[in-house]
Design a protein around this ligand. Structure first.
Ligand code: MG
Length: 384
């Protein structure tokens, strides 16, 4: 093409543009250029794949009547236009999902009908509509989708959401029910952490032994999780007063989740904040908990992933409720995804990856007890 033709084409297209601008407002021109860009990417296809994985636990893990040595996980991948996003479903047995149920759910999905991974709301609304429950399976799709979109954008989610990485809390390190000797060893192992989480709710003797044993080794702050173990509100209040004298700073799910009125009575009198875990699964649970609990523990595996967790943060804040981010026993994939939300939370219990010996990912690190976000695009994790 010679210079004259080029100039003629330029004048012609400039004229057309001016004519177009006279008819269309800038928003319409922008919408048209977007739809032509969408046409270009129409052949790019969202492809979901998965593989089961057994996470091995460093210590057998016991909470209120369950002991286990592995946690079943399903790892997911979503690919699009040369990018790969990673996700994960972690299924502690008491939640009712299994590797088989997760894979059965994932098999039902057809993501190829969506033209772009950026349609996170539409895609997750569809995933959520395919079957009830299956929240860990849904989270496995959501996390991989967020990882993919973050990688395409070249940014981590804490940055896309506009969160301040300096405001992440310290993570707690969980110590499960065990003998005095083992609890002492586990407490010493937990010395790099600024907060210890202890699982109570068995009986008064065992619960007090756990706290006294930890206190014989360290004065580190303790978060208590009773996992619905205290059935009587007067007993629960006595326990909370006893714990309040021992440098404990919050109580998670003291009573059964269905005892809402009793929990409201307890929370009103409790000197320590009372946080809902089993009682708070998804976004729609939060308004019902206002007045009965001081705050909520958000977990990706309960709430279908990062999209809804982000919405739960906003709703809890609007209702003046306090926020904790928690986890199951998970690899650094789901832990790093949850950590993206940590800057907006008051408490974090993101130690699930530290409890397993065969982590498949490297991601968010704990530095001097504090959740420390990295600059890696997406969920901030690399597959090993
Ligand atoms: Mg809990």
């Amino acid at each position: 093409m010679n210079n004259i033709t080029t100039r003629r084409n330029f004048i012609k297209s400039a004229g057309l543009l001016t004519a177009a601008a006279a008819i269309l407002n800038p928003f319409e021109i922008f919408a048209q250029s977007r739809s032509s860009a969408a046409k270009k990417t129409a052949e790019k296809k969202l492809t979901l794949s998965w593989v089961p994985f057994d996470a091995k636990l460093r210590h057998p893990f016991t909470i209120s009547g369950f002991t286990r040595t592995t946690t079943p996980i399903v790892l997911t991948e979503i690919t699009w236009d040369g990018f790969t996003g990673y996700g994960e479903a972690a299924m502690p047995p008491y939640l009712g999902e299994t590797q088989a149920s997760v894979m059965e759910f994932l098999k039902k999905l057809d993501l190829s009908k969506f033209s772009s991974p950026f349609q996170i709301q539409d895609i997750m609304n569809y995933v959520d509509s395919v079957a009830l429950n299956n929240t860990a399976a849904k989270a496995a799709v959501d996390i991989a989708l967020h990882d993919l979109v973050g990688k395409i954008m070249g940014q981590p989610w804490w940055k896309i959401w506009g969160f301040n990485p300096a405001t992440t809390p310290n993570t707690s390190f969980t110590i499960g029910l065990d003998t005095e000797e083992v609890v002492k060893i586990k407490t010493l192992e937990a010395s790099p952490y600024k907060v210890i989480k202890v699982k109570l709710g068995v009986n008064e003797k065992t619960d007090k032994m756990m706290v006294d044993t930890i206190r014989s080794v360290t004065n580190t702050i303790i978060c208590v999780d009773a996992n619905q173990g205290w059935k009587d509100k007067h007993y629960a209040l006595d326990m909370i007063h006893w714990l309040n004298e021992r440098n404990v700073n919050m109580i998670e799910q003291p009573m059964p989740k269905l005892l809402l009125d009793e929990t409201a009575w307890l929370s009103e009198k409790s000197p320590l904040p009372v946080i809902a875990d089993e009682a708070c699964q998804r976004l729609t649970d939060i308004p019902k908990l206002k007045g009965a609990y001081h705050g909520v523990n958000i977990k990706l595996m309960k709430c279908t992933g990062m999209r809804e967790a982000r919405e739960m943060v906003s709703l809890a804040k609007a209702l003046h409720m306090r926020i904790m981010i928690g986890c199951m026993t998970e690899t650094s994939c789901a832990i790093s995804a949850a950590a993206q939300i940590a800057p907006e939370t008051e408490w974090a219990d993101l130690d699930g990856n530290l409890l397993i010996s065969n982590d498949m990912f490297e991601g968010m690190k704990i530095v001097e007890g504090k959740i420390t976000l990295n600059e890696l695009a997406g969920i901030g994790a690399i597959k090993l």
